[in-house]
Design a protein around this ligand. Structure first.
Ligand code: 8YV
Length: 334
């Protein structure tokens, strides 16, 4: 039987997978962004003024001044994505707007991509992959050509031992890496034992001792430039830095300078401080092979994006049915 309940107006800022949009249209009055161009500030203001639910993504900057323009109907911002650093969540909560995200469903894919970057930088995968298409394999195989670094036996330092950090640790352990980590809170003993993980209360001390650093914590005011110029200088010259979390956690310019100077060996970056703009220095380093750059692809699988959409739908549906949505961002998480 068709429900007689009025459908809430849900504004979705970007194209989502077809199955997700189709299900949303069954349940809600959907305003979709058919040509998928990122919304301008004015577009977002208009959406916030009218919508009962806004479904933004990482490409939408929803700051306090924009939230001040929200209409009286706006009750929920159901973010398509895990990170909510593009939303002034404290301000939204202050205004009585609920904010949700999509945790858990992109963990494994993001950990896979982190492992891929570690291997790509250490074993020069992207550099090597260009040689044959570029017709540059004239001299053939040589014992001393295209040598990378072994990862087995090396120390991996994970900054942020949440879901993705732990998923990375499981993979890295299987590759023979020794797991070290820094986190605000020490992980339970059972997890440490399972992962053979060594906890470093001092990030500085861990950085000075590891061969690979992977950033896997959320971006918050407390983690902005957590890997500052001073901390990056603590790394060994053979060290490699990988980031699939948020660009803002690393002082990108300082990292580029250290790699240029040979004080850090390389980096694998999926996220940047000013996306989609990428520092020309990093681009130059990528051309030289020292750095591997990906365009924010950590959760870019069909499966992740459909599961993320499903989470968005569940959050909206439970909110509209008068329940507390499962993936609420609470003040204690900020
Ligand atoms: C998403 C991400 O692609 O979920 C996140 O926080 O960084 C990405 O994997 C993106 O945020 C979608 O909004």
């Amino acid at each position: 039987m068709q429900s007689l309940k009025r459908k809430p107006l849900v504004v979705v800022t970007r194209r989502l997978p077809e199955v997700v949009e189709a299900r949303m249209r069954e349940l809600f009055e959907v305003r979709a962004n058919v040509d998928d161009t990122p919304m301008t500030r004015d577009d977002l203001a208009a959406a916030l003024a009218e919508a009962e639910v806004l479904v933004p993504t990482v490409t939408d900057e929803i700051d306090a001044s924009l939230l001040a323009e929200a209409g009286p109907n706006l009750g929920l911002i159901a973010n398509f994505g895990n990170g909510v650093d593009h939303i002034d969540v404290a301000e939204a909560l202050e205004r009585g707007i609920t904010v949700t995200n999509t945790p858990g469903v992109l963990t494994e894919d993001t950990a896979d991509m982190t492992m891929a970057l570690i291997l790509a930088v250490a074993r020069r995968v992207t550099e090597g992959a260009r040689i044959i298409p570029d017709d540059a394999w004239d001299s053939g195989w040589s014992p001393t050509w295209m040598l990378g670094r072994r990862i087995t036996g090396k120390r991996l330092g994970i900054v942020g031992m949440g879901r993705i950090g732990q998923a990375l640790a499981r993979r890295a352990k299987a590759f023979g890496l020794q797991i070290h980590y820094h986190n605000r809170r020490r992980a339970p003993v059972a997890i440490e034992r399972d992962l053979d993980a060594t906890y470093w209360e001092s990030l500085d001390q861990m950085l000075a001792r590891v061969d690979i650093v992977s950033v896997n914590c959320p971006h918050t005011p407390a983690t902005y430039h957590l890997l500052s110029a001073r901390r990056l200088k603590l790394l060994k010259p053979e060290a490699v830095v990988v980031n699939t979390a948020r660009g803002e956690i690393i002082d990108e310019n300082a990292l580029a300078r250290l790699i240029e100077a040979g004080d850090v060996a390389g980096a694998g970056l999926d996220v940047f401080e000013q996306e989609p703009a990428v520092s020309p220095r990093l681009v130059k380093l990528a051309r030289s092979g020292k750095v591997v750059l990906l365009p924010h692809m950590g959760s870019a699988t069909h499966e992740s994006r459909i599961d993320m959409g499903e989470k968005v739908i569940i959050n909206i549906k439970s909110f509209m049915d008068g329940h507390r949505p499962p993936d609420r961002i609470l003040p204690s998480m900020l």
